[in-house]
Design a protein around this ligand. Structure first.
Ligand code: BEZ
Ligand code: FE
Length: 255
């Protein structure tokens, strides 16, 4: 997705942002030395490709999500985060076993229906999901995992139903080895996120939904470092035979 900022919006928003920034600098009597340190920090953020991460941990992404999505009848949206990779394979089991998984880790079946706000099924809707493994975080952080592990796309059936097999994720920390990690430490903010699965759901004629699903009793539900938990997105997990299940119906708004 590429969005170019229109010049009228720039003319409207930028002076306001600058006023707020100048006021804060003035109120706090920020010194030349401190300001140079801020600029050096932002340069580092850019070099480390951590601007999305910075937007997330400062809760700016959550604010923009709230400003961008109304209270229509669609499923609640949520922050995308920096871990999405485009076009993972279509598959119903989104992972391969890897060294580091434990026999105590739970297989999880996620299922539901994709419908319009009018209640019509949306066959062919594409449910694109990504998440951390039960140990070691995202595939891109964990050398033991094959590339693309815990990522996949599922096409909704004629009745709008979809289903995929995964493992119940666990809470994890956002990356802390770069400049954002130093920022978190400096302001005394912990780096943990509650366990979640990311969804990006598309269907022709409908607004793309980016969201996340969370699970009850997670120690970080009330203090997600990016502040992205919405009660409507916390879904129960049930035991069924030798695995867990989680039902998540998805409603898309018209485009
Ligand atoms: C994530 O949920 O994938 C995520 C969000 C913020 C920072 C890093 C990862
Ligand atoms: Fe995530």
């Amino acid at each position: 997705m590429s969005v170019s900022l229109q010049s009228e919006r720039l003319a409207e928003v930028v002076p306001d942002v600058l006023n707020a920034l100048h006021e804060a600098l003035e109120r706090n009597k920020v010194t030349e030395e401190e300001w140079m340190a801020v600029l050096a920090f932002l340069t580092e953020i850019g070099r480390a490709d951590e601007f999305i991460l910075l937007s997330d941990v400062t809760r700016t992404s959550v604010l923009i999500d709230a400003l961008s999505h109304g209270d229509d009848a669609a499923t609640a949206s949520d922050v995308m985060g920096p871990m999405y990779t485009v076009e993972p394979p279509f598959r119903k089991k989104i992972y391969e076993e890897y060294e580091g998984m434990s026999p105590d880790d739970d297989v999880l079946l996620v299922r539901g229906r994709v419908t319009s706000t009018a209640g019509e099924p949306l066959p062919g809707a594409v449910v694109d999901v990504w998440q951390t493994g039960p140990a070691g975080g995202y595939d891109v952080w964990d050398e033991r995992q094959p590339e693309g592990n815990f990522r996949g796309r599922i096409k909704a059936e004629e009745d709008g139903s979809y289903e995929f097999q995964t493992m119940l994720p666990k809470p994890y920390t956002v990356p802390t080895s770069g400049p954002v990690g130093r920022y978190l430490e400096a302001v005394g903010q912990h780096p943990w996120r509650p366990a979640h699965i990311h969804f990006k759901v598309t269907a022709p004629g409908h607004r793309t939904l980016v969201t996340q699903v969370f699970f009850p009793d997670d120690p970080y539900l009330d203090n997600d470092t990016i502040g992205a938990v919405k009660p409507a997105l916390v879904r129960p997990v049930e035991k069924e035979d030798d695995h867990l299940t989680c039902d998540f119906d998805i409603t898309l708004a018209p485009a």
